[in-house]
Design a protein around this ligand. Structure first.
Ligand code: HEC
Ligand code: HEC
Length: 332
């Protein structure tokens, strides 16, 4: 934030009766200017366009029935609205489909962080048995028979060669372009005091003070990109499956999800076990299941009914308009 706008902002905050949050506190929630991308895969319009086509193309799955968008659908805020993803029903530890909105900023991907970049992640759904159940070499060979892809690859990469790396790079590039639209909260952070209801403003204060949500849900995306056990009943070990059992705080630990653009009726959490924000807030009030791995930040607290409504009004202010995109034409 520029110094001059900071002063204007401070004055506005001081003049407001309900917003007691300081400007510097709000600055921590300000949206970034650009979209980050690794130097090994710079973001270009042509690569994102190819990636969009691949993302919606069911030929990326063995039986040609499932595309990435089957589970990460623009109509469901880039998730699937389901407690358990399609086709994953037979799994003993099924996990809910997270959104791919704002994935450009993810530092650890998947609920347990087992993928470290969008490029690396893209291979997983294509090759996972309960998802697209395909093989990268077979997929590359299949796409080499789709002539309509040649000009798209040529534009994106300089020549029409189709490789596994180029498929992953393009999918990653498209996903980086999926950024949340401006929400009422953003307009408030920028100084528009009318953008939030008084209830949502009080909710923000609860979020950052008494309810301690901001201990984990920080930054403009409202996540610390870290892993915590918040005491859900699920027996899934989450990140715990990848670290020695002695690292107690990583048992039952899952990645803190962003709170932007949450679907109205959930489902929420890695196991899709909650369907309303009231249920979520009441879980935090109670403090979760007591076990050695439970996060130290999970301290029970009491909210009145009206405080609970304020907190929920605040979370809803993080939801902006639906991100509209044009569906790609699939090449023949
Ligand atoms: C059958 C449904 C399904 C399909 C198809 C699918 N995904 Fe996913 N996606 C999931 C689920 C479930 C997870 C979380 C898995 C986990 O954490 O164990 C996930 C996680 C992700 C993530 C990580 C998000 C985060 O917050 O960490 C990205 C990125 C992603 N998928 C992209 C893709 C791409 C690209 C494709 C197509 C190549 C794809 N997905 C196809 C269900 C699906
Ligand atoms: C100790 C860190 C921590 C604190 C404190 C915390 N959260 Fe969370 N939150 C998480 C993690 C981790 C998850 C995912 C847990 C899982 O699925 O196992 C989560 C999930 C959520 C979800 C579900 C989002 C989704 O996409 O499924 C909501 C909503 C939420 N938290 C809101 C809040 C609110 C409101 C507060 C304050 C009352 C709060 N959180 C406090 C770490 C935290």
């Amino acid at each position: 934030m520029r110094i001059s706008s900071l002063f204007v902002f401070l004055a506005v905050v001081l003049a407001s009766q309900t917003a007691v949050s300081s400007a510097s506190e709000l600055e921590a929630f300000q949206r970034p200017e650009g979209i980050p991308a690794p130097s090994s895969n710079p973001l270009t319009v042509a690569k994102a366009a190819l990636g969009k086509t691949l993302f919606f193309d069911p030929r990326l799955s063995r039986n040609q029935q499932m595309s990435c968008a089957t589970c990460h659908s623009p109509d469901n805020r880039w998730s699937d609205g389901r407690k358990i993803p399609l086709g994953a029903e037979h799994l003993s530890h099924p996990r809910r489909t997270p959104t791919v909105l704002n994935s450009a900023w993810l530092t650890a991907l998947m609920w347990d962080g087992r993928a470290s970049s969008l490029e690396a992640q893209a291979v997983l759904p294509i090759t996972t048995e309960h998802e697209m159940n395909y093989d990268m070499a077979e997929l590359t060979a299949r796409l080499q028979h789709v002539e309509g892809y040649y000009p798209l690859f040529a534009k994106a990469f300089g020549d029409e060669t189709i490789t596994q790396q180029r498929i992953s790079d393009a999918l990653a590039s498209f996903q980086r372009t999926l950024v949340s639209e401006t929400a009422p909260f953003d307009r408030w952070v920028e100084g528009d005091t009318t953008a939030l209801s008084d209830s949502a403003k009080r909710g923000f204060d609860l979020f950052t003070s008494k309810a301690q949500c901001a201990a984990c849900h920080t930054s403009w995306r409202f996540t610390d990109d870290s892993f915590h056990d918040i005491g859900l009943a699920s027996t899934d070990l989450g990140k715990g499956a990848f670290v020695p059992a002695q690292i107690v705080i990583m048992q039952h630990a899952f990645k803190t999800p962003s709170l932007r653009d949450l679907p109205e009726n959930g489902p929420f959490m890695h196991d899709g076990s909650m369907t309303t924000l009231e249920e979520v807030v009441r879980h935090y009030e109670e403090g979760g299941i007591q076990r050695a791995s439970l996060s130290k930040e999970m301290q029970p607290f009491d909210l009145t009914d009206s405080e609970r409504n304020d907190l929920i009004a605040f979370i809803n202010s993080l939801t902006g308009p639906v991100l509209e995109i044009d569906f790609p034409e699939l090449p023949e």
